[in-house]
Design a protein around this ligand. Structure first.
Ligand code: NIG
Ligand code: FE
Length: 414
């Protein structure tokens, strides 16, 4: 098996076995063989028979992990955005039948092929910004048949070449379908049939529920999340985006891997997350779009809760595809240190998806890495909007820049 090496002035390993928060190795090399990392360390110690590509005064990090996205959507919510910018509020628009319901209508009407193709194209763009693993939720299908269609589209897109590795999540409780006449019966159905069906089909690794004012109660989410645990799926929850309705305590009692949003969470909720080892996933683009105050980051940090940063990519509250933009905002608006932002989108994000084989550059891990056209990892969080990636490698294969199909370009690609 052919091995390939990458050398640069700074390699940010995120390996806790190394010194410093980010385990930076200077004048370093990373060697990939068969999709896995075969060596990380000083360039001088790299195996001498492996060709090293020298990226000079640049920085290499693990591939980024975007652990919370609603990337599978079609349609446009520009009219709603305009209303919101004129003062209409997100929850009011949702109550009037817009918001999630409007994307539901577009997703329900789209063919499986269209959904999968638009998702695959979006995933490639997200990969170009440095993301090599991405969680994608359903949740716009709402009706069981459309939830299945959305998960099928996610699986289809995930199989296409050049996309990041996809972790699918059944967002089982996002909004009630319009056809629903009996709330309790719908929730019982989701727990008794939809969740086990999706698990049987192998279409999701996690189940999520939106635990909030105007969405679902902690008791409703508990029914569905417990069903998920019974069929071997992990749990992650939308918690306290608009109000604290006990979602953090629920996430802790279910041993969820992550509680996400957390703009509204009590001291008891934070303590419960800390005790249960639930990560806090911060979604600063949504906070920015909704002009909200930040979550209690200092209290989460002081309690020892692991901080993760994700894009929340969705057409309503986080109209972006850029995890690097979320990192910029996490530092600028939420007060994360640069180290926290980088760990929160690499090792800690991977852990929040139950993945220990990535988010870190060490021997045996997946060869997922980003060569940044930047001199230092600190620069990742301040050139806003433009991803400064030079190359993105997922499982040893280059996903950015995309390889051109044979015959379409005579210029050479390495
Ligand atoms: O994470 N708040 C719930 N869900 C999404 C928004 C979905 C939408 O508006 O389409 C979120 O912010
Ligand atoms: Fe979300």
């Amino acid at each position: 098996m052919r091995a390939r090496g990458f050398a640069a002035a700074r390699v940010v390993t995120c390996d806790p076995a190394r010194d410093g928060a980010l385990g930076v190795v200077k004048d370093a090399a990373v060697v990939e063989r068969g999709g896995l990392i075969a060596f990380v360390g000083a360039r001088a110690d790299a195996p001498s028979d492996v060709p090293l590509r020298d990226f000079g005064e640049r920085v290499i990090t693990p591939g980024l992990v975007d652990s919370h996205t609603h990337a599978c959507w079609v349609g446009s919510r520009h009219a709603e955005y305009e209303l919101r910018m004129q003062g209409a509020d997100y929850e009011g628009i949702a109550r009037a039948g817009g918001g999630i319901a409007s994307t539901h209508a577009a997703v329900a009407a789209a063919s499986l092929e269209r959904l999968a193709t638009s998702l695959a194209e979006r995933l490639k763009r997200m990969g170009a910004a440095g993301v090599t693993t991405i969680e994608v939720k359903s949740g716009y299908g709402l009706e069981p048949a459309y939830e299945h269609k959305q998960l099928e589209a996610i699986a289809d897109a995930a199989r296409r070449p050049g996309v990041p590795d996809v972790v699918p999540t059944l967002l089982a409780l996002h909004a009630l379908p319009a056809s629903c006449r009996d709330r309790a019966a719908y929730i019982a159905f989701v727990a008794a049939e939809l969740v086990p069906d999706v698990a049987r089909a192998g279409r999701a690794r996690f189940v999520d529920a939106y635990v909030d004012r105007g969405a679902f109660t902690a008791d409703e989410a508990r029914v569905v999340a417990s069903a998920a645990r019974r069929v071997g799926l992990g749990v992650r929850l939308h918690v306290g985006q608009f109000a604290d309705v006990g979602g953090a305590e629920l996430a802790a009692s279910l041993e969820a891997l992550s509680a996400d949003h957390l703009e509204h969470v009590s001291a008891d909720g934070i303590a419960a997350l800390a005790r249960a080892g639930v990560a806090a996933t911060l979604l600063p683009v949504a906070g920015f779009t909704l002009a909200q105050l930040p979550p209690p980051v200092a209290a989460l940090r002081a309690a020892g809760v692991r901080l993760v940063v994700a894009s929340d990519a969705n057409p309503g509250t986080a109209p972006t595809e850029s995890l690097p933009l979320a990192l910029c905002m996490s530092v600028r608006d939420y007060g994360l240190s640069i180290e926290e932002a980088i760990l929160g989108s690499t090792r800690h994000a991977a852990a929040a998806l139950g993945l220990v084989d990535r988010g870190v550059l060490r021997q045996g891990a997946r060869a997922d890495l980003v060569v940044w056209d930047l001199p230092h990892e600190a620069a990742i969080v301040q050139p806003w909007g433009v991803p400064k990636t030079l190359e993105v490698i997922a499982r040893g294969k280059r996903i950015y820049p995309a390889r051109r199909a044979k015959g379409t370009d005579s210029s050479s690609v390495s």
